[in-house]
Design a protein around this ligand. Sequence first.
Ligand SMILES: *Cc1c(COP(=O)(O)O)cnc(C)c1O
Length: 365
Amino acid sequence: MTAQSTLAFRSLKSTHPTPQAEREAIVANPGFGKYFTDHMVSIDWTLDQGWHDAALKPYGPLMLDPASSVLHYAQEIFEGLKAYRHPDGSIWTFRPEQNAARMQRSATRLALPPLPTDLFLESIKQLVAADAAWVPGSGEMSLYIRPFMIANESFLGVRSAHRAAYYVIASPAGPYFAKGVAPVMIWLAEDHSRAAYGGTGAAKCGGNYAASLLPQQEAYENGCPQVLFLDSQEGKYIEELGGMNVFLVLKDGTLVTPELTGSILEGVTRMSIIQLARDRGHQVQERKVTVHEWREGIASGEITEAFACGTAAVVTPIAALKGRGFIAGDEHAPAGKLTMSLRQELTDIQSGRAPDRHGWMQRLV
Ligand SMILES: *Cc1c(COP(=O)(O)O)cnc(C)c1O
């Protein structure tokens, strides 16, 4: 692995970058995941050569053979992290070594080649340096960075591919939910699981998302922007949302979040919230939580707040849990106090407004 740490990046700058006025208009009001920067990174892998041919190049379509394994057997993983512009103009990212390590775990589970951490970090640096003008300047906005890896061997036999490619693209990002940080209702998926015991739930792979889209559609139809999934064996324990981890706050200030069972994705935001809460002296329990406990706790007043968390939407207050024939909580409930104060602390650290006491931030530019 260390031999590959010296892999040099070819640099091919775009000859047709987005005109400045157009870019500035996009960066001022980017939405989420709609616009992409002028460049991308690609690194190839083959069984014979390992990782090779690292390049920063103009953003553009991929050429894929129709027999590429990713198109048939979904051998694909991804990551998500953000670049933040600090008040002095410097650009930083948050705990990227955690994303690198998680991508290696995801790769192992999907029988893809793990990308060495230094190549992962260098790929992010290369792209953000080239597209620094795309990093928004203010508070809640950032540049969302999407590394991903696909199996691209042209072969229909079923086995792990002998050829893969890693890419990084980036997209300026405003608030994830159209309505900003307003509390959301979430829908309880009772007929479908996101991930099975022994399956790929702990890996960040596209296949998990494919499984979540039908219940997600059901959520929309029921007025909820997100789905809550239960464990696949007993349909009793809460796991997480389609793309976010979940926390409950008890009336004595204890935070409770589902323990990692192998079917839950280990969020970097989740582990950071746990740390920040413990720093303040809150108890944090990682344990099994039943949906029954949630519903009863809302009814009795034992549970006072609920929130979801992940890189894209940071911390999102949950107003109520809705399922077939019930609503636990109040659709119009205001955001919880502790929820919003943890959110504030995390975003303050990320945007450089609060000291980084855990050494979580890494400078990119
Ligand atoms: C990415 C992701 C999360 C959140 O992880 P972060 O590292 O906090 O962004 C939670 N659940 C799923 C299923 C995810 O894919």
